[in-house]
Design a protein around this ligand. Sequence first.
Ligand code: 3SL
Length: 243
Amino acid sequence: MQIFYFHTPAEMPQSLHPSAAAVIDVLRATTTIAWALHNGAEAVQAFADLNDLHTAAAAWPKSSRLLIGERGGEKLEGFDLGNSPVAVVPQIVAGKRLFMSTTNGTRALNRVRDVPLLLTSSLPNREAVVQRLHQHKPETLAIVGSGWEGSYSLEDSLAAGALVYRLVELDSTLNVLTNDEAKAALALWQQWMHDPESCLRAATHGQRLIRLGNHDADFRCCANIDRLSTVPTQGEPGVLKSA
Ligand code: 3SL
């Protein structure tokens, strides 16, 4: 397995055709996706474009759909939920299809939607994703951070490093880390692995969320490593189900 890490979806070269991709948006899209599926959502359908989301949602029975998402960290007008992983509780999401759009995470997913094995990763489902990748042994894995509007995100690199750390631990014979970004992400995880929540809070987007209001529960949830066995996996384009 060759592992590449890209800080943002735009950094992934068009010429690279990985056999697997793991998209990360720790704060908070891929954490919310993992928790929603763990709590019984039928699927999460991700959209970069809001018009596309509304068209697809309108074609789905009203009683079994929810619109979730944010822009700039704040819930979208007319949507049922924002993008908090602690809000997607079983009483609200079980059996529902979640039509989701976020500032960066769903755009990153859209960029790699043609990759044969597409998963989403976060700190809570890190080990589950590692086990899935170890089982599939893709030739080339692209770990894709969502970043923030085209720029680097500390928290996505932390989670990329967490993933890499365990993949290397499972197969230390491999010289798997193909780009410097992957090596730097690993070093970042080694620096913060005993206190990931502080890293999330220190990150620029963590600071943005703190300015918007009390997000303590979100920080705790997003930093809660290896808590979930859910691996959100793309079946049809844009549609993630628990696998
Ligand atoms: O950028 C995104 O996709 C979101 O996860 C950002 S937020 O944490 O919901 O503000």
